[in-house]
Design a protein. Structure first.
Ligand SMILES: *Cc1c(COP(=O)(O)O)cnc(C)c1O
Length: 306
């Protein structure tokens, strides 16, 4: 069945985490399970896609074209959302074709995505109007979604993640910081957000997040009703060696957390953020009585490559 209102039905569930570490710290811990909203169309990548799909529909464009690496959560989600909501999809994949296809790309193709490859040099031009014009010529009138769904439509979708949940501090893993920007724009007074970059030297993300916020505020896109709280920070100490790098400690933590709390974590993003939060809890970083909400941004499809 093709659905046209771009809704996945139920809102994400909140799962309380019964952890002695949190108890000792006097903190209430829960997880917002964006990963469990739909088997394939889920996580922050769904929120980043939603208003891109709506804009494509408003412009009567029936094909989505986007970019990503061979293990990309965004490629996976775009292929599945395209199938679910009736769009043709084209994936421009970074690098050379490798056969057999890995499970991410195999899934994308099964969902009907046509995939093509851009060598690394060409891929760097993905944001340029020159390459985008070439792609429009080659594929016809397509709606181009940037890599990761990271544009103002993406920020706007991420403003719907929190959905008026009650909490004091929200934590989220960051790649580009687009999701964090949407979350910040939807904070209520007295709430704060903490981003955990998964890249090495993630401090540069602070200015990226600032530009997302500024660009959003000067756009004519809708804002949340309440005056926003701008209370946010980055904690850059939990990248574990850099993007998509893992170490034994992280692997062990991921397994143990899943066993104890029934929450599966992905290695690239959520495991690092959760690890960071548990470590900070042990250090007494969070004030007593804090209601802490961890955003599970999904990404579980990528675990198969580890
Ligand atoms: C893409 C992704 C992120 C990072 O989102 P940004 O908006 O780029 O910061 C976090 N978690 C998961 C699981 C992702 O797939």
């Amino acid at each position: 069945m093709v659905m046209n209102n771009f809704s996945l039905g139920l809102p994400p569930t909140i799962q309380p985490i019964d952890s002695p570490i949190a108890q000792q710290a006097g903190v209430e811990l829960s997880v917002l399970r964006l990963d469990a909203m739909h088997p394939w169309v889920n996580g922050n990548k769904w929120f980043k896609l939603k208003y891109n799909l709506l804009e494509a529909k408003q412009r009567n464009l029936t094909t989505l074209l986007t970019f990503g690496g061979a293990y990309s959560n965004h490629i996976f989600a775009t292929a599945a959302a395209g199938k679910l909501f009736g769009f043709r999809t084209i994936g421009m994949i970074r690098g050379e074709e490798r056969l057999p296809l890995n499970s991410t790309l195999r899934f994308a193709v099964e969902q009907g995505m046509q995939i093509f490859y851009l060598d690394r040099q060409k891929y760097r031009e993905r944001h340029t109007t020159a390459l985008q014009a070439q792609l429009q010529q080659r594929f016809g009138d397509v709606f181009i979604v940037p890599e990761g769904g990271s544009n103002l439509n993406g920020v706007r979708g991420c403003m719907e993640i929190l959905n008026n949940q009650a909490f004091d501090t929200v934590c989220v893993a960051c790649g580009t910081g687009t999701t964090l920007a949407g979350i910040i724009l939807s904070l209520h007074k007295d709430q704060r957000a903490i981003g955990f970059p998964v890249l090495k030297n993630g401090g540069f993300l602070a200015s990226e997040v600032d530009s997302w916020l500024n660009n959003y505020l000067v756009s004519d896109l809708p804002l949340a009703d309440e005056a926003m709280s701008k209370s946010w920070e980055l904690i850059c100490d939990y990248h574990m060696g850099g993007y998509a790098k893992v170490n034994d400690e992280l692997l062990q933590f991921q397994q143990q957390f899943t066993q104890e709390h029934g929450v599966p974590l992905d290695y690239v993003y959520t495991a690092k953020m959760f690890y960071g939060v548990m470590d900070l809890l042990k250090q007494g970083f969070f004030p007593k009585g804090d209601r802490l909400l961890l955003i599970h941004t999904g990404g579980l499809q990528g675990n198969i490559s580890y």
